[in-house]
Design a protein around this ligand. Structure first.
Ligand SMILES: *Cc1c(COP(=O)(O)O)cnc(C)c1O
Length: 397
């Protein structure tokens, strides 16, 4: 019998998750129902944030946060280049321009020095937000970033899509927004908690919370306290018309359905177990890899307690005279899925056309060496052994 294929990441669904979804399917509300509120309350509790706004995806979450802050044309948003496309695209959705920041070549994380260098490349006063990305589940050190951001009146929106369930270097929970205005999450199946497609923003700012709730549902406001159109809002006897709603701003339909929300709430109950299992697998990888060539090393480690999303090794392909594509294909033949996270976003054709060929050596050096190995909570210890053995085989010890 051949061993099952190990993808680089996948969801962990059990019978409780299936029962939670089935219960919604038997209920009256498939969307805009009670499960959405329950999921948001559970997420706010898990992250210790005052508010959690659910939405259709992590991409939607980033868009809602940036739009909810009123960022738009003429504004600039600083985004590290070593991330998924969506971290940068959210700025473009609202008409703002992206300033790409470099990252540490060993951790892939943006630090205050990278932010400062990016600020130097932007016209004074034009930068309205910075989006630190907690890559792989390790968190950016936000204290020095916040100090800079405060001085320049820049909002911090965390892209925490990799990091739900982790602790920041200062010990606070990811998503608690103690040093940011908002944190964005994704519930794509490879992320720690899965809803299929899904996302959320946490914040302690009630104005931003309200703005994002309106934006995610067409910009509609029902029964406003002071209607813009009293002639439509009230009947001849002065009573409020029950059908009346108004649209003060353009919005979207970015709602999460009750089906997804129920799955999310059921998954959240297992967050601690998921995070612990991922940490145990990471420890096993680390121990086995320590015995191999120093040309294969786990990504650099920072403080805090990461909720590992990816297990990334850095391989000096050039020094080993190996081609990454060939290594990936050889691993795939041995039933092991790998991936490269990420091709730096500043190198995408859309952004090169817009901003030219930027030189961000940290991001490019990280990219040149990274390879994501399988990591998901239903993996066995023996799966880790299998991956490391196969890696040894195809690279040569
Ligand atoms: C997954 C991810 C997103 C986008 O989330 P989706 O739910 O896939 O839209 C954004 N940023 C990062 C860093 C991600 O990993």
């Amino acid at each position: 019998m051949t061993a099952p294929f190990l993808p680089y990441g996948r969801q962990a669904i059990d019978d409780d998750d299936i029962a939670a979804v089935a219960a919604v399917l038997r209920s009256d509300a498939l969307t805009t129902g009670p499960e959405v509120d329950r999921f948001e309350q559970a997420l706010a509790q898990v992250t210790s944030a005052a508010h959690a706004v659910s939405c259709n995806s992590g991409t939607g979450a980033l868009h809602l946060a940036v739009a909810g802050l009123g960022i738009g044309e003429g504004d600039k948003v600083i985004v590290p280049s070593l991330t998924f496309l969506a971290s940068a695209n959210c700025a473009r959705y609202v008409g703002a321009e992206v300033i790409f920041a470099d990252v540490d070549p060993n951790t892939g994380l943006m630090g205050a020095t990278h932010l400062e260098a990016a600020l130097d490349r932007a016209p004074r006063g034009s930068v309205k937000a910075v989006i630190p990305v907690h890559l792989n589940g390790q968190c950016c050190d936000l204290s020095p970033i916040a100090e800079l951001a405060d001085r320049h009146h820049i909002a911090i929106v965390e892209d925490a899509c990799h990091a739900l369930g982790g602790l920041m270097p200062d010990g606070t929970k990811v998503g608690s927004c103690t040093t940011s205005i908002a944190a964005c999450f994704s519930f794509h199946p490879v992320k720690t908690v899965a809803t299929g497609e899904g996302g959320a923003v946490t914040t302690n700012d009630s104005k931003l919370d309200a703005a994002m709730r309106t934006l995610r549902s067409h910009g509609m406001v029902r029964q406003p306290s002071t209607p813009a159109s009293p002639e439509f809002a009230f009947g001849p006897d002065g009573q409020a018309n029950p059908w009346y709603y108004e649209m003060p701003e353009l919005g979207l339909n970015y709602r999460l359905s009750d089906i997804h929300a129920a799955l999310g709430r059921s998954q959240l109950r297992k967050l601690d177990t998921f995070v612990a299992r991922r940490a145990a697998l990471v420890a096993r990888y680390d121990a086995l890899l320590a015995k191999l060539s120093n040309r294969i090393r786990p990504v650099g480690r920072v403080g805090g307690r990461p909720a590992w999303h990816l297990y990334v090794v850095q391989i000096d392909f050039a020094a080993l005279d190996k081609d990454r594509g060939n290594i990936m294909r050889a691993l795939s033949e041995r039933g092991i899925g790998t991936q490269v996270h990420y091709l730096p976003v500043h190198l995408q054709p859309y952004y090169q056309r817009r901003y030219g060929r930027l030189n961000l050596p940290g991001a490019e050096a990280y990219y040149a060496r990274c390879l994501s190995l399988p990591l998901f909570p239903t993996m066995n210890d023996s799966d880790v052994d299998r991956v490391v053995n196969a890696l040894t085989e195809v690279i040569g010890s």
